[in-house]
Design a protein around this ligand. Structure first.
Ligand code: CS2
Ligand code: MG
Length: 406
């Protein structure tokens, strides 16, 4: 069997996605991968179209590990979000082909089910504690047992995860489309507000609902240690991304000060970035994004390493990766033993019109179908109806105008 074509589709049904179709010389045997990188979609599409795709023509799609090694090490330049997202797109498409060829859902190829469904969590935000509480209650009504909570921070502009930023500067427009929204953030107000949000929620919702919070890499080590310790009484499921990904050694400081579980990983682009946090047990949940870490081939190795250190998985599952990666998440979740929790979103109908299939949410858990492969597909005619529209992630500046981490 041979790869005959690598097709890249950039489409924008609700938001921009980069989709990879790998076609073979066997009739109707093809695979779809997701190579979406929010705000840098065309960089990944170009890497795939101009450099990586031509290297795949004529290769045996069954040889996934060999292709992975060739694209990661065999081309000299390695790592980073663009190339690892491109590699992930190829990897997921190849696994999709393998499953279709075997007539088996991917979880079966990965060793079969270790659980019936993957415990899921969703995002709840709000402009104030009351609104967050209302959204949490609504999510509980939907069956969620684990919920991420974020709240607008007084004096800050466009706090992450609030859903409809406070007074974020409107996205400005330049030649060719939108430019990044500029938001403002100060640590003092944030550090004072988050413990009070959790105190409010625990006092009104009780202890049973599992809550987590995403710091979004915005604190320095001592601030993160302070926050992790101050939220201890509220028993978070985990505190996510307390530090910038560059500062892995500083997780030791957080560990010294708290028993709040820590999660990190969505901004890592290789297992070597995650390795010290796992082997030193500086985190409790590894949250890599299968679409940015190099795909299923890499993520299952990370899961295996983490298993030996009692670190559980919590793969990244935001709205800015395609349902294809979400499907890969859940196939892996349901075939490993150290699964922790799975982040998810509900995709709008416009997205589901183009990218069909993907995990199904029911009673707090995510399920994948028994369809062969990933169980997703792409309607190329529909995809063509939604051309790429330039868009960026916001940027953040401190009150003094200096750059901060969004
Ligand atoms: C967030 C993401 O879901 C999360 O944990 O950190 O939504 C993240 O902000 C985006 O994926 C960035 O593109
Ligand atoms: Mg996050």
């Amino acid at each position: 069997m041979q790869i005959t074509n690598v097709k890249i589709i950039v489409t924008s049904p609700g938001r921009n996605y980069v989709l990879v179709k790998i076609e073979t010389d066997e009739p109707d045997l093809y695979g779809w991968g997701d190579a979406t990188l929010n705000g840098r979609e065309l960089a990944v599409a170009s890497a795939l179209e101009k450099h990586i795709g031509p290297l795949l023509i004529g290769r045996d799609p069954d040889r996934i590990e060999d292709i992975w090694q060739y694209l990661f090490r065999g081309t000299y330049w390695r790592g980073g979000p663009v190339l690892m997202t491109a590699l992930a797109g190829v990897d997921l498409a190849l696994w999709d082909i393998k499953g279709k060829r075997a007539g088996l859902p991917l979880y079966s190829l990965l060793g079969g089910k270790t659980r019936e469904g993957a415990l899921a969590y969703t995002h709840c935000g709000g402009q104030d504690f009351q609104e967050v509480e209302e959204h949490v209650r609504a999510a509980q009504e939907k069956g969620f047992k684990v919920i991420r909570v974020q709240v607008a921070i007084p004096g800050n502009v466009g706090t992450y995860g609030v859903g409809g930023a406070q007074e974020a500067a409107a996205a400005t427009w330049g030649e060719g489309g939108a430019l990044p929204q500029v938001e403002r953030w100060e640590p003092g107000a944030y550090l004072r507000t988050v413990p009070r949000l959790l105190e409010h929620l625990r006092s009104r919702l009780g202890e049973e609902i599992e809550l987590l919070h995403d710091v979004h890499e915005r604190l320095n080590p001592i601030q993160a240690a302070r926050l992790a310790r101050e939220v201890e009484p509220f028993h978070l499921f985990f505190l996510e991304d307390p530090l910038r990904p560059e500062h892995k050694e500083s997780f030791r400081l957080i560990r010294q000060h708290t028993t709040t579980p820590i999660a990190m990983g969505e901004l890592f682009h290789s297992r070597w970035e995650a390795l010290p946090l796992i082997t030193e047990q500086l985190i409790d949940f590894i949250r890599c994004d299968l679409g940015h870490i190099g795909g299923l081939t890499e993520a299952r190795k990370i899961a295996a390493i983490a298993e030996s250190y009692q670190v559980q998985t919590a793969w990244h599952g935001p709205g800015d990766i395609a349902p294809i990666t979400h499907a890969a998440n859940v196939h892996l979740d349901t075939s490993i033993t150290n699964f922790g929790v799975q982040e998810m979103v509900f995709f709008p109908e416009i997205t589901q019109e183009v990218i069909t299939g993907g995990p199904v949410f029911k009673d707090g858990y995510l399920w994948v179908t028994d369809k062969p492969g990933l169980g997703t597909d792409v309607d190329e005619v529909a995809a063509a109806r939604y051309p790429y529209q330039r868009a960026y992630l916001p940027t953040v500046r401190r009150a003094d105008g200096s750059v901060h981490d969004w």
